[in-house]
Design a protein around this ligand. Sequence first.
Ligand code: ZN
Length: 365
Amino acid sequence: MTMPNDSRKGNDFTEKTRAIIGHRAGFRCSHPACRAPTAGPSAESEAARSDTATASHIISASPNPPARRRRPVGDKTELHGPDNGIWMCGTDGRLIDTDESTYTVETLRHWKRLAERRAHLAQILKRDSVVLADDDTISHPLAPLYLPVGPTRDLVDRIDTVLIEACSYEVWGAAPTHVIRELLAEIVRNAASYGGATEALLTVEPTRIHLTDNGAAFDLLSLVGHQNGRGGQAALSTVLRDWSGSIFVESEVTSEGNRYTVALIRTIKQLQAVTPCTFTLNYEAVMGHAEPVPSDYDQCSVVHLIWDIGITYSDVDEAHAWVAWLRELGKAVVLVAPPMSDGLQEFIRAKFPEERLLILRRDVA
Ligand SMILES: [Zn+2]
């Protein structure tokens, strides 16, 4: 039987649609840790091609098990359009079709978007290997994920898998991701050993990662400044010392247990997206035209005081009253300021020895 040129076999994409899906991904696997090339020559003939890819359905084209990611879909043609396909190598194509709990529609759509962004950048930069973290023009979101990570012996590997699949290596870069992996692993270890935690969950949101454990209430940030502390203290100290300008860490005690938030931030706007616990010290506030409302901070154990006015040595004392006010409310204070000289940073640290200082870029309007 001869097949018409662009026919579809069963629930597969048509050849034409399949080619669009592959082309848009640069004919590379869309798994963030794989990116394997899937197109090459075959020795069988001058015209033969070797194609090792699978164009997988994001939402299943089949309404019946064992198909994964089945959804009621009104318009069937959408199921067979290029939007609903993701280009995978053979191995990863099988992987995503055996686990719909991990490889959700949202996660795969995310991978597809990043794969296409990567292919686009590779093309315009004329480079094969592109790390999105180096792409300063856009801050890419992480892929949403929700996974238990232990506590188990293979805890570090599990956390690493989550970070890979959330695209943290790609979007945040390898160096901060390693630091975050080590910190998260230490927090889970501490929670199990000292807090009796039996469960730890990682939830990845577009701009931040939450870790929750069901152990005894524990204030992570209370470890800061302790000498010769345990592993958790060492990991946290590294974050605060070497990454104070970019890795955000917060811990809070909730009714379900301890909840930690970790995020990579470079700008004040990104900080505000990660936490509602900020107060902006701008001209209005200093002049008394914008009074802060204490009840806005009921949920906050830490408040970020954002210095949004030109800052000179003479202005530093301006912050004292605000820091004192927040401390009276029982809040820890983190000072947030735009980039400045080392000398001025030293000066601020000397004036506010109890407070952390976070240096973040102002967003260009
Ligand atoms: Zn792959």
